[in-house]
Design a protein around this ligand. Structure first.
Ligand SMILES: [Zn+2]
Length: 417
């Protein structure tokens, strides 16, 4: 054993760098399905601190390592949900009556539910008061438990659409005209965000209107500044014209876009813009229309929009677009983060392609293809265990997650060992 002083120092060091502690862990899976399409039978995954150091078939465990026997399960990479709203609070009815900070603290339930769905990283796509930056910090410090967060701060939007008395200061992320959009992008980056988000059209909740609200010039100004400062940009557009302009302006990802024509889809594929259809969030709004007190006609509108949303996704799949999992989870949708993958299969993907949209493809979009989205040496130890074969049935990935490791620490364990 270590001498006391050295051991104490080691523990303190381990706590500072990794909530998982310094131990080597060995995880045994009946089968490992990697995000890259590789399948390893009788997989032995060795994890040192927060990194995977080796993956083999039937290899021996290093002496003294903690062995986690999940041989009844299939291992998959921890998934990435690239469109969430973790700071919005747990319910829509009371959201407006509480402070933003209170909603962020209550968001811990969403963090927990997200991990339980097998998601170990999220790109969070808008927050008030840079609460997403705070949430990311608390998680990275190990004070809160949650998925890795990559955040955008305040989504950029045009202020001209709302009541704006003369002389009133612009809200966070707001602007009119290219100069103000460029400034708003700089402000987000100065606040420590990872990505820039632009609300390029109307649409959210029961609002399935698709009006473009940000001009091509405004999008371009924000994109150019972001790219010059090393940040990527995701643009929200429910409608086809905003989508076309987002792609032309150089967006790195396109969120929600429905009714895109073939030419726009072809351009999206050519420019390698990632597409997050977010079909399932409309299903969530449909399911909760009464509880959210939507006006008459909302359910019909949503049903109609979902059909078109799915059809656009089907065309994009056929055209070879890079499609990424984005739940657009808010309120109490957390835990359902991966239901979108079921829509992807309906749109023509195989279960393996759906899994890739939540792992390798999403990691590439994030520029983290060397550390996220695979169970392979050198990658972060973000791993999930599912009950069944995720290559045969997407429902296994969606509903049968039994165990989750994030950053080398077991954060969910519902196994029957
Ligand atoms: Zn969203």
């Amino acid at each position: 054993m270590f001498k006391t002083g050295f051991a104490a120092g080691l523990v303190a060091f381990a706590l500072a760098v990794s909530p998982a502690g310094a131990a080597t862990k060995v995880i045994k899976f009946g089968k490992l399905v990697d995000g890259s399409g590789r399948v390893v039978e009788n997989a032995v995954v060795v994890v040192d601190n927060n990194r995977i150091t080796s993956v083999s078939s039937g290899g021996a465990a290093p002496a003294g390592a903690e062995v986690i026997d999940l041989s009844a399960y299939t291992g998959i990479p921890g998934m990435i949900d690239a469109h969430t709203h973790m700071t919005y609070g747990p319910d829509p009815v009371l959201r407006g009556t509480r402070s933003n900070a209170t909603n962020m603290v209550l968001g811990q339930e969403g963090l927990k539910m997200t991990l339980e769905s097998g998601v170990t990283a999220v790109r969070d796509m808008n927050a008030a008061d840079y609460l997403d930056v705070s949430m990311r910090e608390l998680i990275n410090m190990g004070v809160w438990t949650g998925p890795r967060m990559y955040v955008v701060g305040c989504g950029l939007r045009a202020s001209r659409g709302r009541f704006n008395p003369a002389g009133a200061p612009l809200g966070c992320g707001e602007g009119n005209g290219p100069n103000e959009f460029a400034r708003a992008a700089r402000q987000q980056i100065a606040a420590g965000v990872d990505w820039i988000k632009i609300f390029g059209s109307t649409g959210s909740g029961d609002d399935v209107t698709q009006f473009q609200t940000v001009t091509y010039e405004e999008m371009k100004a924000a994109v150019d500044i972001a790219h010059a400062m090393g940040k990527k940009v995701g643009i929200h557009s429910y409608g086809p014209t905003g989508a076309r302009d987002a792609i032309r302006a150089g967006a790195d990802s396109l969120e929600h876009a429905t009714d895109m024509d073939d030419e726009t889809i072809a351009e999206m594929v050519k420019r390698k813009v990632y597409f997050l259809p977010t079909i399932d969030h409309n299903r969530y709004y449909f399911d909760n229309a009464e509880r959210f007190k939507y006006p008459p006609g909302a359910k019909e509108n949503l049903t109609n929009f979902i059909a078109r949303n799915l059809e656009t996704t089907r065309k994009a799949v056929k055209a070879g677009a890079m499609i990424v999992l984005g739940s657009d989870a808010i309120y109490d949708m957390f835990g359902q983060n991966t239901r979108e993958l079921g829509w992807f299969v309906k749109a023509g993907m195989t279960p393996a392609q759906a899994l890739a949209s939540a792992t390798t493809v999403a990691a590439r979009m994030m520029g983290m293809e060397k550390s996220l989205g695979q169970v392979a040496p050198g990658f972060f130890a973000d791993i999930a265990a599912v009950d069944g074969d995720p290559l045969k049935d997407v429902d296994v990935t969606i509903n049968k997650v039994r165990w989750v490791m994030k950053d080398g620490a077991v954060v969910v364990d519902k196994t029957r060992r």
